[in-house]
Design a protein around this ligand. Structure first.
Ligand code: AMP
Length: 113
């Protein structure tokens, strides 16, 4: 499969992993939008949030807990952080393998642009 995040998950593209287990990995975004910008992804290919099924509830929870763990490991849990998952065109999704953005290290604005 040509999915870039699948290749990262299979270590066909070498990327420093900030966290990994059998189900999820976390690594730095190539084009960071904040001083800390990490992507948490399932190893399994799921194209968009629309494709997540009730059978994958535990996996979805694990993505959140991975972001929490990385935020703690990188000591931004107290200063704060933002989690974002983009879906399809209006959501701004560009890589069609679900991923949770963890953004930290600066004041986030609301509403997002
Ligand atoms: P989205 O626009 O929500 O689909 O986010 C995709 C993100 O993946 C963007 O922030 C990209 O900078 C990031 N990205 C694309 N390719 C890579 C890569 N090889 N390694 C790390 N991040 C990447």
């Amino acid at each position: 499969m040509e999915c870039i995040f699948c290749k990262i998950a299979r270590a066909e593209i070498k990327t420093e992993l900030l966290y990994e287990d059998d189900d999820v990995i976390a690594f730095r975004d190539l084009h960071p939008q904040a001083p800390l910008h990490v992507l948490c992804i399932p190893r399994q290919h799921i194209s968009t949030l629309n494709d997540l099924s009730p059978q994958q509830t535990a996996l979805a929870g694990k993505l959140l807990l991975t972001a929490q763990r990385v935020a703690k490991n990188l000591a931004v849990e107290e200063s704060g952080y933002r989690l974002v998952m983009n879906c399809n065109g209006h959501g701004g999704q560009t890589v069609f393998h679900i991923h949770l953005h963890l953004l930290a290290g600066r004041q986030m604005s609301w509403p997002p642009g």
